[in-house]
Write a protein that binds this ligand. Structure first.
Ligand code: DC
Length: 219
């Protein structure tokens, strides 16, 4: 039986993670946080002190990494037996993730790991290239955006809620730099899939975005 897939792509802070998780919960579908896979690899190479230009060593690290997302209420993430729940959300981790994500050999290595999440009864996949590269045949595709200021404010709030020290103007600059790198890279750039429905979440609540995405699925 064909596995239904909903892809939600978009820039940092557009609300993809929260919206995708809520929709997956409501539908009883699996959830893929593809950004977390790139972030986990960023943590793994930082711990091993692998330089960013040693592509072969980064690919080997990607191949060997054992990443576990707990599905219980704690939502803990472990990498090779270590709890990385806190460090995975840091802006510094996101910046390294964005740099290694521009390297085609690394994207190719992580492609299959992401595609393995396709399982019945369905999958909500959140990232930058879910609808264009990882699941091009997905039945439902959404591209979620928001104004740069909205994205930065949301990221700031998320970090503060996790008890992570944050500065709004630094976050704004970091997000802009990261989104520019993610959008302008040659391989699998952040662009909407042709068939994607674009939703600007700047003036919408999370519940409103969830409702309009669910509306698309039921249409
Ligand atoms: O969604 P996020 O902020 O956790 O993602 C961190 C970085 O990982 C992002 O800046 C670019 C990269 N990424 C990617 O290139 N492709 C994806 N599908 C997901 C994330």
């Amino acid at each position: 039986m064909d596995v239904p897939i909903l892809t939600i792509d978009g820039p940092s802070g557009a609300g993809k993670g929260t919206v995708s998780r809520l929709i997956a919960q409501q539908l009883g579908w699996h959830y893929l946080d593809s950004g977390a896979i790139y972030r986990a690899l960023a943590i793994a190479i930082t711990e091993k002190q692998v330089p960013l230009d040693d592509i072969a060593a980064i690919v080997d690290t990607a191949e060997a990494m054992n990443l576990i997302f707990e599905c219980d209420a704690t939502r803990h993430i472990t990498l090779d037996g270590h709890d990385i729940t806190q460090s995975i959300g840091l802006e510094s981790t996101g910046n390294i993730a964005s740099k290694i994500a521009a390297i085609p050999e690394i994207r190719a290595e992580l492609l299959h790991k992401q595609q393995c999440y396709k399982e019945l009864p369905g999958l909500v996949a959140d990232g930058r290239d879910m609808g264009t590269v990882v699941f091009p045949h997905a039945q439902y595709k959404v591209f979620l955006t928001a104004s740069a200021l909205t994205c930065a404010k949301r990221r700031y709030k998320q970090l503060k809620e996790k008890g992570i020290d944050a500065n709004l103007s630094k976050i704004t600059a970091d997000i802009q730099e990261r989104d520019q790198r993610d959008s302008e890279r040659e391989f699998s750039p952040l662009i909407p899939a042709k068939e994607a429905i674009c939703i600007d979440s700047s003036d919408l609540s999370i519940e409103q975005v969830v409702e309009s995405v669910l509306g698309l699925l039921h249409a």
